[in-house]
Design a protein around this ligand. Structure first.
Ligand code: URA
Length: 249
């Protein structure tokens, strides 16, 4: 994954996973073919392999489009979260979106409906996006995790590791102009940092060659209306980037 990130950083936004050969993709993710993670007695497999009889990194990287990728998510058992989820939440929106919004993980409502950001936080997200002239259907919305953690607990590092190839592939299919990370969890996952959200917001970062703007999670805004103003400021950065202002680069 470090190699992938560095390659993205060196080569810039044009790099997409489909340009990688199968062997390069394997190298990137340090991946094992699905068969080999399945074989052998349980004691010879890692903890992750106990839950990964199905989808391999390579299959995810080679998924040709969103339908293929969503099918992999639907049958994914790469982490134990699939055991308790009602429905996987793949993501939704415009395939040619200029902006990809990334949240943390599905909540109860999302788990029931299979759609991202459809609860109260989602309604606020819709309004925030509209405030910069982006109706919900014009962006793409997804989460770091595609399955709901029990009782909405924080995602575990091994769950993020298991799920992140899906996000990487979603981004490489869409190739957005801006990634908008909502909340500390999405921001820290994408930017590989432990910095507080207050230290990350207000400027443009980079993930895999894509510009990343970080702001408060809509659920946090519902609890802290004082954060609405800085969120609005962050969204203005996105708007001006879409309008061709390169001063944030
Ligand atoms: N919070 C998130 O981070 N994602 C959702 O889809 C819903 C709530």
């Amino acid at each position: 994954r470090r190699y992938l990130t560095q390659t993205f950083e060196l080569e810039g936004q044009g790099v997409a996973l489909e340009n990688l050969t199968r062997d390069a993709a394997l190298e990137v993710l340090g991946a094992m073919p699905a068969e080999s993670t399945d074989s052998g007695p349980p004691s010879s497999r890692g903890a992750k392999a106990d839950h990964s009889p199905g989808v391999s990194d390579v299959e995810i990287l080679e998924a040709k489009d969103f339908d293929a990728l969503a099918e992999l998510v639907a049958r994914c058992t790469r982490c134990p979260l699939h055991e308790e989820r009602k429905r996987p939440v793949f993501g939704e929106g415009a395939i040619d979106a200029r902006v990809v919004c990334v949240g943390e993980a599905p909540g109860a409502k999302e788990d029931e409906t299979g759609r991202p950001f459809v609860g109260r936080a989602g309604q606020l997200l819709n309004r925030l996006l509209l405030s910069i002239g982006l109706p919900r259907e014009t962006v793409y919305i997804c989460n770091v995790l595609k399955s709901r953690p029990p009782r909405n607990r924080d995602p575990l590092p091994e769950e993020v590791e298991a799920c992140s190839p899906y996000l990487i592939r979603q981004l490489s299919i869409i190739q957005p102009e801006v990634i908008l990370a909502f909340g500390a969890f999405a921001a820290r996952t994408l930017l590989q940092t432990k910095l507080a959200l207050g230290r990350l917001r207000g400027r443009v970062h980079e993930y895999g060659g894509y510009p990343v703007v970080v702001t408060y999670h809509p659920a946090a805004l519902l609890r802290n209306p004082a954060w609405v103003r800085p969120t609005w400021d962050d969204l203005q950065i996105v708007r001006s980037m879409l309008d061709g202002d390169s001063s944030h680069a």
